[in-house]
Design a protein around this ligand. Structure first.
Ligand code: GLU
Length: 373
């Protein structure tokens, strides 16, 4: 198993993964146990990668191989995930930790903080070269951006999921996981920020969004992927220009909780009382996922001005997936003391607002942060 070469195994990866999961293959395949005798020296040369498992479809299981969309997420433990992709051991010394076993829509801020602290702790260790986080795809983009903002390390952090459970025909989790370990173990990924490996692409954790909810090509960034992984090798073509990780002013070691931030989705004929409910629930900021360029209906302008006068932050974002919200265009943000989310979608704007509010509630500072991250 250990000597399995990635080239020969490539066409079989999905099947191997599905079969391994279906047959309940493998108790924890600790790398040291699987290593050939002469392997100790080779192991010393390989990077050390820790896989932190949190659940999701990549750990999902369905009743039948034809079930690509009907299955239970967060079933398969991390040792079995690793056992199902033995090729990872040719790339790195890999070990796993089960942090959570949940579907990612159930992530709370407390879990986000806990995960961030664990990633940070591991990357401070000399014997850890990179971290992979396995994750449900629903909120993967939020977690990737959060880690990008708060983990002070240049070492690679890769967040990975799958669109099909390992039990399905044409499961995508095995290759995505192998690619994640490849990126986490690569020197090229150092300093690139948090990345996401889905469907052969290396996506930028800050930019990437889940765009469709069925097919493996679900993840997309309007600014394009950073690169690709092909047969165990990374190919980077772009870099993230925004502040992240080592250049970030935020540090998970100084964050123990996140302030509550709400999102209100824009549409025709909106219900003004929703904003009041969010404030009453304790929201310190409201991301207004407006139509078009973060538009606010005329009948809601006074409501948002009122929210701001009560001390909560108003952030204009857009429900339109691409483009970016222009300050002082659709609304006079300077006059109303509002903030614009720039190119961040509402979910990502919520993450940045929550992180930023741990340090400041000054709107000029918040706007600077939205320009810079
Ligand atoms: N809704 C589940 C989750 O986010 C499954 C989605 C997936 O992982 O693709 O964990």
């Amino acid at each position: 198993m250990f000597s399995c070469r990635s080239g020969a195994a490539l066409p079989l990866r999905g099947a191997v993964f599905a079969l391994a999961l279906a047959s309940g293959f493998g108790a924890a395949p600790l790398v040291a146990r699987e290593m050939p005798e002469a392997g100790a020296a080779a192991a010393a040369k390989k990077p050390n990668v820790v896989i932190l498992a949190t659940g999701g479809t990549i750990a999902g299981a369905g009743a039948d191989a034809a079930n690509s969309a009907t299955y239970t997420a967060a079933k398969v433990p991390v040792d079995k995930l690793i056992a199902a992709v033995p090729q990872v051991n040719t790339i790195a010394n890999v070990r796993g930790e089960q942090v959570f076993q949940i579907a990612s829509e159930s992530f709370t801020d407390a879990q986000l903080v806990q995960l961030g602290k664990r990633v940070s702790q591991l990357l401070k260790q000399d014997d850890v070269d990179g971290v992979v986080v396995t994750h449900g795809t629903d909120t993967l983009e939020e977690t990737a951006f959060f880690l990008d903002l708060v983990v002070k390390s240049d070492k690679p952090i890769v967040v990975v999921g799958s669109m099909r459970p390992g039990t399905a025909i044409s499961a995508d989790g095995a290759l995505n996981l192998l690619d994640a370990v490849t990126v986490a173990a690569s020197k090229e990924a150092i300093g690139q920020g948090v990345t996401v490996t889905m469907n052969d692409y290396i996506q930028c954790g800050r930019d990437v969004n889940k765009r469709t909810n069925i097919v493996p090509s679900a993840f997309y960034s309007q600014w394009g992927p950073l690169g690709m992984v092909v047969e165990g090798k990374t190919y980077f073509f772009r870099s993230l220009t925004k502040r992240h990780n080592m250049s970030s002013e935020f540090d998970i070691d100084q964050i123990d909780s996140l302030p509550l931030v709400g999102i209100v989705y824009g549409s025709g004929n909106m219900i003004p009382g929703v904003y009041d409910a969010e404030l009453q629930a304790g929201a310190k900021a409201i991301v207004n996922a407006g139509t078009g360029n973060g538009s606010v209906p005329g009948y809601l302008v006074d409501k948002l001005k009122d929210i701001r006068s009560k001390g909560a932050i108003v952030i204009r974002s857009s429900r339109v997936p691409d483009g970016f919200v222009l300050r002082n265009a659709e609304q006079p943000d300077d006059k109303y003391d509002w903030v614009v989310a720039h190119d961040l979608n509402p979910a990502k704007a919520k993450i940045l607002a929550a992180v930023a509010l741990t340090k400041t509630s000054d709107t000029k500072e918040l706007q600077r942060i939205f320009w810079e991250y």
